[in-house]
Ligand binder design. Structure first.
Ligand SMILES: Cc1cc2nc3c(=O)[nH]c(=O)nc-3n(C[C@H](O)[C@H](O)[C@H](O)COP(=O)(O)OP(=O)(O)OC[C@H]3O[C@@H](n4cnc5c(N)ncnc54)[C@H](O)[C@@H]3O)c2cc1C
Length: 474
């Protein structure tokens, strides 16, 4: 049970923590506390007792030991893009200072610190004509993205980002810093790649890089007509693996910030990334240009370092909520999908084309499941000022409408907001969730690590031993 320290004893323990950490420690009310706990997602704010701004793996060990010693939960934040619910207690480890990136061009690998954003790896690798398997927004944290699978711009050609992870360093609940490779820790190596932040704090990872320096890609914008979506779906059935693409159906508001041709319209934004030369890419894309009147066309030859232009995701912090479902097929679904935009609420519906290398098993098995899915359906809303329950009901309505095409699985990476304990198992292949729960019982039996949509303590079958001072007062 919780170590109920006296206020005096608590102050001494806190002072000792601050002394042992090379980075910075912020207690609630300290100047700097608000800045350190803030992240990209603005729906709610983290309010832990302590934020440890870790500068090294040793700092992470100190923070974990401190939390474990008093029965406080541990959460981690790199950038805040994958925030599921506000942390209300315990220790939040902020990894932004752990920003080390080292590229080994001969081995085609990069060492990536826990707080690194993809753009840093992209820039460091580009010097050598290499690229990581980064995603739509390179501001996203590389580690958590990869722990959750990671479906990026080169996904159909090179597979999940998790499949390129070669080695990880992990601080577990016992405070040990472990090197996790297929040889040293086979179970953890399997589990971390796909199983997210369930087993400890990853302080860094080594990833493979691929020989991609340029992309032919960008966006084609059409009115959100079912015929356009249907045309894209048909086109996806015959494109080569070098082509990774998606469609985002988005009701653009009638505001000056939106480019003139798109303002106030429901748009189908076809997002294209061809990993090959421009002429070959143009040949593959050409049939899409005949689908209808193209309102805007940003497709061009570009350096991989400019890859943010493909999805053109908003990069300013904001509130959002969303969920997703893997689809085994989407033929005949265009009318149903486009009809979802008739909602009174601002629903942005996306479809990513999967298959190719994503469907092949990795060299070393991992906990990334649902490899047979052909598409990932996502539904997202800007959430500022909107009732989260209302949004959840609307999002569930979209998933219900698509049930006939769905596999029953989901991607926890694309879950923005709490999935709820009942849905978390569907983030994994049948049988894998049970294996992850068994491993968590061994490595983190007290359920110290409670990150975004991690295995709930109820699944461990033990009463949660961990309560923080703040939770006790509630
Ligand atoms: C605009 C946008 C675009 C995106 N595009 C893609 C995409 O193209 N492909 C894709 O696959 N995903 C994508 N994502 C999802 C993204 O990969 C996840 O949200 C991911 O969790 C974000 O990681 P982060 O470090 O940036 O976020 P954070 O909110 O900082 O971290 C999210 C969670 O990860 C865990 N975590 C973070 N760091 C560690 C660590 N060092 N050790 C252990 N656990 C840790 C914690 O549980 C934490 O709560 C996108 C998200 C957004 C908002």
């Amino acid at each position: 049970m919780t170590d109920r320290v006296t206020t005096e004893g608590q102050a001494a323990a806190m002072a000792q923590l601050a002394e042992r950490v090379r980075g910075q420690v912020f207690f609630s009310g300290d100047p700097g506390y608000d800045g350190e706990r803030a992240g990209f997602q603005l729906s709610g704010a983290h309010r832990p007792e302590v934020v440890v701004g870790a500068a090294s793996a040793a700092d992470v060990q100190v923070a974990v030991e401190f939390a474990a010693g008093r029965g406080w939960p541990v959460s981690v934040q790199a950038t805040g893009h994958g925030f599921a619910r506000p942390v209300t207690a315990g220790v939040l480890i902020s990894t932004r200072r752990m920003s080390d990136v080292r590229v080994d061009p001969g081995a085609r690998t990069a060492w990536v610190g826990a707080g690194v954003r993809w753009q840093q790896v992209i820039d460091a690798a580009a010097v050598h004509g290499l690229a990581p398997l980064s995603g739509s927004l390179p501001e996203v944290g590389a580690v958590s993205y990869s722990l959750g699978g990671g479906i990026g711009l080169l996904a159909r050609r090179y597979g999940y980002a998790a499949d390129q992870v070669r080695r990880l360093e992990l601080v577990t609940a016992d405070g040990r810093l472990r090197t996790v490779t297929p040889e040293s820790e086979p179970d953890l190596f399997w589990a971390l790649r796909g199983g997210g932040g369930n087993f400890g704090v990853v302080t860094g990872m080594e990833v493979g890089l691929v020989p991609v320096a340029r992309l032919y890609g960008g966006g084609l914008y059409f009115d959100a007509d079912p015929a356009i979506l249907d045309g894209w779906l048909r086109w996806t059935t015959s494109v080569p693996e070098e082509m990774t693409s998606a469609v985002l159906l988005i009701p653009f508001p009638d505001v000056p910030e939106v480019p003139d041709p798109l303002r106030g319209r429901r748009i189908a934004h076809v997002q294209l990334a061809y990993a090959g030369d421009a002429d070959a890419g143009e040949e593959v894309i050409a049939p899409l240009r005949d689908l209808g009147v193209c309102l805007m066309d940003t497709v061009r030859d570009m350096a991989y370092a400019e890859s943010a232009a493909v999805f053109d995701d908003p990069s300013d912090p904001h509130s959002y909520q969303g969920t997703n479902a893997f689809l085994r097929e989407a033929a005949g679904a265009a009318e149903t999908i486009v009809a979802q935009l008739r909602s009174e609420l601002p629903l942005i519906v996306g479809l990513r084309h999967l298959g190719g290398a994503l469907s092949r098993p990795p060299q070393v098995p991992s906990a990334v499941g649902h490899r047979d899915a052909r598409y990932l359906l996502s539904v997202l809303s800007p959430a500022d000022g909107l009732d989260p329950d209302l949004l959840r009901t609307a999002h569930d309505g979209v998933l219900d409408a698509m049930r006939a095409w769905a596999t029953g699985g989901m991607s926890l990476n694309f879950q923005f907001g709490p999935a709820g304990p009942a849905r978390i198992p569907s983030g994994y292949a049948p049988g894998d969730y049970e294996r992850l729960v068994e491993l968590k019982k061994q490595v983190d039996p007290a359920c110290l690590f409670r990150g975004s949509n991690t295995i709930p303590d109820t699944a461990l079958g033990t009463a949660p031993a961990l309560v923080s001072a703040a939770e006790e007062q509630e």
